[in-house]
Design a protein. Sequence first.
Length: 72
Amino acid sequence: MGGFFATANKNDCVFDLFFGTDYHSHLGTRRAGMATYGKDGFNRAIHNIENSPFRTKFESDFHEMKGTLGIG
């Protein structure tokens, strides 16, 4: 069973999305993903987290993603 985390901000939401999804990542142990929507359209990242924690897999994506709406 996994968990969902979503956020909507007037400014960039990736910081809140990253740490909110990281907090809930213990609920799902196989795959995790984040998706954002902003001026440039959709950005998404999906990774296998069976052998390593969420934070290490998504740190590089965190710096590249932008958007005001997000789900993880």
